[in-house]
Design a protein around this ligand. Sequence first.
Ligand SMILES: Cc1ncc(C[n+]2csc(CCOP(=O)(O)OP(=O)(O)O)c2C)c(N)n1
Length: 316
Amino acid sequence: MSELGLYRTMLVSRALDDECMDMLARGLPVPHFHSGAGQEALSVGGAAGLRDSDVVIYSHRGYAQLLAKGVPLEVIARDMFYKAGGSNAARGGVMHVSAPEIGVPGREGVFGARFGMAAGFGLAQRLRDTDDVTVCFYGEAAGARGPLYEALNMAVLWDLPVVLIAENNGWSVNSRTEWLYPNARMSAVWRGFDIPVTVVDGNDLGEVRAAVGEAVRRARAGEGPSVVEGLTYRLHPHIWWDDAAYVPAEELAEAQERDPLTLTRAALVAAGTAPEQLDALEAEVAEEVRAVLAEVLAGPDAQWDVEPRIVGVAGV
Ligand SMILES: Cc1ncc(C[n+]2csc(CCOP(=O)(O)OP(=O)(O)O)c2C)c(N)n1
């Protein structure tokens, strides 16, 4: 995907986020919506450019990860609002979007289980003799749990093609990253393991892409798992009931200055894209997302008696 295409995906995710935040501000329910604002560069940079047969395990703010992997906005929005035509007929909402035919198996509800899923998919990819990879995004809470180590043991022992992307967004609900990890670095727990770790500015799309690109290359070449930790920031409260009063105003203002959308736009302009073209793109995306959401919200509710789809994950 071109740089402009990646920026467009980031914009679609942010526009979805903005619409949901707006609905919440108007007192309308947006079930299980966790804003992904601020993390779009890490999400898109980590999930774009993969094959359908590569697997992505998305995180609960990872709408941009789903979009970058090819899940249509309509499907994400229908799952979000328990509408017909989503991926799980209102059984799991937006926390459990799946598109197995393009390498999105869904995700766990109890954080931590995803590491076992990632190692398992990686093992299947290896046993089938493919050079496909599994990319697993995770936050501070999942990474602080024991399943990480069980899965890591297998992944390192068998050189599994797994890329772990640690989303260091400063917070785990109202706990600071430094309360959960040494030196506020999620990757500090990887010390002593035989696994390459790269810490990047998670708001810099170019840096993320370079680091994830190398990790994916290694995995495809049979050189084993890697970790990329992206330093980023959660720009909105954890979820609707959280007023985030614990976030210092100056810290948030600083993070807003480093909004990945602003940085990516600036990089595109510096590389020669006309600002007017970007203005037009931003307006077009905002309008498109508004129209999709209006259509989804006006659509029929999902029916519980619809059988869930049981489909193998592509390539695995
Ligand atoms: C084992 C487990 N405990 C608690 C929860 C509830 N929970 C949902 S989101 C969340 C916070 C996640 O924080 P983090 O991993 O830092 O990701 P972030 O929200 O910052 O993106 C928690 C505790 C859960 N899903 N699983």
